[in-house]
Write a protein that binds this ligand. Sequence first.
Ligand code: 58G
Length: 248
Amino acid sequence: MRIDILTLFPEMFLSPFNESIIGRARQNDLLQINTVNIRDFALDKHQQADDYPYGGGAGMVMKADVLIRAIKSVKDSNGRVVYLSPQGQRLDQKVVTRLAEEEHLILLCGHYEGIDERAMMFIDEEISIGDYILTGGELGAMVVVDAVARLVPGVLGDDDSARDESFAQDLLEYPQYTRPRCFEELEVPPVLLSGHHEEIRRWRKKLSLQRTLLKRPDLLMNRDYDPEERMLLEEILFVRKKDKGAKS
Ligand code: 58G
């Protein structure tokens, strides 16, 4: 997968994209991430990328001609241009999955008061990482790259650990434990030491459901439940099936 990031501050991306999992994925050529300095496409002697807003008002607006030249410099037929903006579609794991299917993403980071509206003709979609305003789109672009990159096959090393969350796609993760077995009198749940893979799977699914119910009940709405999940929810909620023929 290829990702080009158009920004006035390419240096902001240095450590986030050179460290840890993303850094390793780039070294292994699983991911090609390239930053482009938008200012390089300003043609005047001061390399001005922004200007005062027509109609007045505070702040600056990024110039359309500069932005469009920057976009054209990286755009090929299958490049998808994404503008990070508070007006965009909210990023969630579904959107991340869709973006991960692209072969070439072009992420545009705005600054100041945003971009000249005429540059919007070159934007394929607007994405927001949440309902708040940032000083620039760079942190949003980093969030998109990180979330998308971990879905690229091979990036997490072990090929299926990103897919492993699929059963829990709309559930929170179950609790995890590592050594030691006993830490200040706190024991690891015995089922995890039992070696019973089926029991462990069921225990994890139950705790995922329980956690989701407690912390994010909104995630349980409009969701389909398989028979096992119904059973586990009954256990969690202490719901007892009515005894046939018994008086209530
Ligand atoms: C209003 C304010 C319109 C992304 C700022 C446009 C980018 C939040 C997000 C902007 C961003 C988000 C200028 C600075 C976009 C431009 C950028 N703020 N929620 N700020 O994803």
